[in-house]
Design a protein around this ligand. Sequence first.
Ligand code: COA
Length: 373
Amino acid sequence: MHIPAITGTGVFTPPEIITNEELVEAFNAYVDLYNAENAEAIAAGEVAAKEYSSPEFIFKASGIEQRYVLEKEGILDPTRMYPRFRQRSDDEPGIMTEIAVKACKTALEQAGRSGEDIDLVICAASNMERAYPAVAIEIQKELGAGGFAFDMNVACSSATFGIQAAADMIRVGSVRRAIVVNPEITSGHLEWRDRDCHFIFGDVATATVLERADEAKGDHWIVRSTRCATQFSNNIRNNNGFLRRNRPDGVKDRRDMQFMQNGRKVFKEVVPMVSAHVQNHMADEGVMPGDLRRMWLHQANKSMNDFIGRKVLGREPEPGEQPNILQDYANTSSAGSIIAFSKNSEDMRQGDIGLICSFGAGYSVGSVIVERA
Ligand code: COA
């Protein structure tokens, strides 16, 4: 058996930012247009008038101040409210592949490796831009990697589930060096016209290189243990699938073809599930709360993370013990915990123990206990 290690991470951050103020201005302009268009039906009580959003609510409810997106103009156009993505020909790399490769290159550079050194690519994300060929195989080609590649989707938990799959394969020797990449184009599956959730997501790509610890070329993290769990729930759901293109009555603009959630239920049910999962995982590995130097949690909502941090540590987390990045990036689905890890781990010392944890739709939760080598 080999000991798996994380030897590099990379974050690709899109160039365009939408602040809460810009987002709300566009949303409220859309509300005005909608209410004017439906004035008669609203007056007759047949249609509910839409209400304004507010930057104050968004920050208070979520801790989010801005988000990065791949294309901002289409999202902020009140007559459109959806990013403009150019249709690519089959001969060009897909848009997920393009941003994935950027994150992979940074992660490979940190690991002191090149694409040819990789023999497993897992593209782990909450949506894939096509059914097949697997996006991961296109990324494998662009990187010049060998071996094999596949896609996996466990929504917001995709990164930790991907890390477990890669770490296990390295442990038994079926692969030597893996890259787990999370290109999250959440702007394509968010309903920007829904006041309850229009502020939640942002775009990004993250990548994590894993290999045998005894072959690591520089600073690295031993993957001490991983644990994944799932439990079915409809409280976060997206019905966009290959059998569900149109409604039988021909209506195409289906709300359920984008991200949907019952946010309050998610909050109430996921917080205890994640806290218990992490506590049990740590206890089984003999890691006491006092041994844990840092937690890099999934980045969905600040109060959710504050709750989980308090529960796991048994006290208020000190500043820096549980870094948040969602004020800048918003919820980036599976990539959130890896952004937090990548940007907040440099200062840790040999022997320091940390925990990467992601959670979300499914429900699903994955945790990775790492130790600085
Ligand atoms: N602007 C202003 N007001 C808004 C608003 C907006 N954009 N969106 C909702 N509101 C209003 C609601 O109408 C409601 O008003 P009411 O009390 O008069 O009915 C009030 O604010 C509270 O709405 P609610 O949706 O219940 O807010 P909340 O405090 O539960 O926060 C979430 C909403 C989504 C931020 C919160 O439930 C959450 O974080 N859940 C976890 C979700 C999550 O992490 N999902 C990601 C999956 S990985």
